[in-house]
Design a protein around this ligand. Structure first.
Ligand SMILES: C[S@@+](CC[C@H](N)C(=O)[O-])C[C@H]1O[C@@H](n2cnc3c(N)ncnc32)[C@H](O)[C@@H]1O
Length: 252
């Protein structure tokens, strides 16, 4: 599959989700979007802090819980969707901090902007763009977070190099993502729908960590991990999909 074709399939899927035309969890859902969010690590208190329409059940972790965000920091959320983690980060960095959400799907960005305005968050900035060419100046970000998105990017080394570029020296990443253990069935790897499901593009865990190192990061550490299981999941994938939270640092 060509890189641009994969991106178009993903944009179409997430555009429909943003417009409320379909409900979907990445990669598969519990009975409700809220159940899915609790299962991947959000607390009930977290969900109360976020506008309901920003909670779409698309994450595979809760990156802001592990990012040790400090008042006044500038945070960038890659593939921010409607903004669940942008809202949680904005509460933590406060009025003196700033949170930028970047997403390539127009309706996700539009939804995030509307919610930020409605809920009075001037320190949030939703930008349309690709992770591989971030619309963010070099060396301006303290912390990059992301939730179940890098698996969707066809060129993960290019994505992590871009992240490295926008971070200030000493800046850090806290990425929640899906990786694989063992081989996925070839029909899953070849399926455009499985790309959009956050499955086909997931890398093996060790290769993923090595890609982050090759992009220039140090102290690459798996902070937590658990096997991703959900009702309705393809039985052949059980035990092969892992939700990881990875921390790493850009050297001084
Ligand atoms: C699985 S959803 C996660 C959304 C959000 N992080 C959350 O937890 O609700 C993936 C999001 O990443 C965006 N995305 C995927 N690939 C991207 C890329 N290469 N550049 C920018 N955004 C991308 C999609 O448009 C979608 O909104």
């Amino acid at each position: 599959m060509k890189e641009q074709d994969i991106k178009e399939v993903i944009k179409e899927r997430y555009g429909k989700i943003a417009r409320g035309e379909v409900t979907f969890c990445c990669p598969s859902c519990g009975p409700t979007v809220a159940d899915q969010s609790l299962a991947v690590g959000y607390s009930a208190e977290d969900l109360e802090l976020v506008p309901e329409s920003a909670v779409l059940g698309l994450g595979c972790g809760n990156p802001t819980a592990l990012a040790d965000l400090q008042e006044g920091e500038t945070v960038l959320d890659l593939g921010s969707g409607a903004g669940i983690d942008v809202f949680l980060a904005a509460k933590k960095v406060g009025g003196s901090g700033r949170v930028i959400g970047v997403d390539m799907t127009e309706d996700m960005v539009a939804q995030g902007r509307v919610l930020a305005e409605q809920h009075g968050f001037p320190n949030m900035d939703f930008r349309l763009g690709y992770i591989e060419q971030l619309p963010v100046d070099a060396g301006t970000v303290d912390v990059v977070i992301s939730n179940c998105v890098i698996n969707l990017t066809p060129d993960k080394l290019a994505s992590f190099k871009e992240v490295h570029r926008v971070l200030r020296p000493g800046g850090r990443i806290l990425i929640a993502d899906l990786v694989t253990a063992g081989d996925l069935p070839p029909d899953v790897r070849a399926s455009a729908a499985a790309w959009a499901d956050c499955l086909a593009g997931a890398m093996g865990k060790e290769a993923y960590l090595e890609t982050i190192r090759r992009a220039g990061f140090s102290e690459v550490t798996v902070v937590s991990e658990f096997p991703y299981e959900a009702p309705g999941m393809d039985e052949r994938l059980r035990g092969k999909i892992i939700s990881v939270k990875v921390r790493a640092v850009k050297g001084q």
